[in-house]
Design a protein around this ligand. Structure first.
Ligand SMILES: [Mn+2]
Length: 348
């Protein structure tokens, strides 16, 4: 009996993969659960077709949850610097697109497969070709990859189901934000396949003393203006920490917007969370005022600015400028400054 032809993006992607010998899967420099799971899922699809593949990452996986995910789901990665790109006749990019600042790609190679849910950058440098599936109405790339696997009738092992499920969970806050029907369908399909014990371990990993030291530092440096919370983490090991602390501070009673920043090497990372009706992307663009690169939508945004001088005084100057831009853009100039302990001055 002849197999039913698969239509839409899944059919196109499978058609392309069938004509390739070896696939290299890449993502952005600081892989998050959605990107890790998407890469793993795409490799499963390639394997189903008989195409061997490799997943390479340019940065490091730092966040404790993500490291536990890599361990618990047995996600195989290699360092992108060690990859011989000529050994692959097909390159895929998941959860990001050519042209994003945090995405490092080999020079002179087309990215044949692009699967993502972020708003495209102003230019991709003419580098994507072949298969491009970018749908901004979808909450997680993992949902898109799951839909390919469902349509292609590929078996999803426990570890992969757990990874994809966690990818959707983290990018959509359990389907509570930025999500649509494709996310719901994938989430419900995966739910019975998930390794619940592994998932709990990923959600509550062991944390290092450094983590608590950074957190203490962060909490000592909270600056509150009205319903806005600003927090400077100083020098940190992992960019993910700014997002994590931002999430934590957004839960502070009566607060609606959080900006959190920290220095990794000589790059200043910022993370923004808001419950206001204004788009987080627009707010971060105003705050950075033309510096660095950034992305986001809805209630979340993040970005980074390479600093020419990362000496403490220069960083302080940069933070003061950022703070002024944020206060200006939110109309909070002159508002009293306070911390957890009460008033400590004004913004002027
Ligand atoms: Mn994502």
């Amino acid at each position: 009996m002849e197999a039913k032809a698969i239509e839409g993006p899944t059919g196109l992607l499978m058609g392309l993969l069938r004509e390739r010998k070896r696939l290299l899967v890449l993502t952005h420099a600081n892989p998050d659960p959605d990107s890790l799971a998407s890469a793993m899922g795409l490799r499963q699809l390639a394997e189903h077709i008989g195409v061997p593949s490799t997943f390479a990452i340019a940065g490091r996986i730092m966040r404790a949850e993500n490291r536990e995910m890599v361990r618990a789901c047995a996600i195989e990665t290699v360092c992108q610097d060690d990859v011989d790109f000529d050994a692959y006749d097909c390159i895929a990019l998941v959860d990001t697109q050519p042209g994003f600042g945090h995405t490092h790609l080999p020079a002179d190679r087309d990215i044949e497969i692009v699967i993502d849910h972020h708003v495209p950058p102003p230019s991709d440098g003419g580098r994507s070709g072949g298969f491009r599936d970018v749908r901004t109405e979808i909450g997680a790339t993992s949902s898109m990859v799951t839909s390919y696997l469902i349509e292609a009738d590929v078996e999803i092992p426990k570890a992969l189901a757990t990874a994809l499920f966690y990818g959707i969970q983290t990018d959509t806050a359990d389907l509570s934000r930025n999500s649509g029907p494709v996310d719901v369908q994938a989430y419900e399909y995966l739910a019975p396949l998930v390794d619940r014990v592994a998932l709990r371990k990923i959600n509550t990993p062991q944390l290092t003393p450094d983590y608590y030291r950074t957190l203490r530092e962060a909490l000592n440096n909270v600056r509150i203006y009205g319903d806005l919370v600003l927090c400077s983490l100083g020098r940190i090991d992992a960019p993910e920490m700014v997002a994590e602390v931002a999430d934590l501070l957004l839960r502070l009673e009566g607060k609606q917007t959080v900006f959190c920043g920290g220095l990794v090497g000589s790059t200043y990372y910022v993370s923004l969370r808001t419950e206001l009706s204004r788009d987080a992307y627009d707010m971060l663009r105003d705050a950075l005022d033309g510096e660095g690169s950034f992305g986001g939508h809805g209630s979340l945004a993040g970005g980074c600015v390479p600093l020419p001088d990362s000496e403490p005084r220069a960083v302080k100057r940069f933070e003061r400028r950022l703070e002024k831009n944020i206060l200006d853009s939110l109309g909070l100039e002159g508002t009293a400054l306070s911390s957890f302990g009460g008033g400590v001055g004004t913004s002027e």
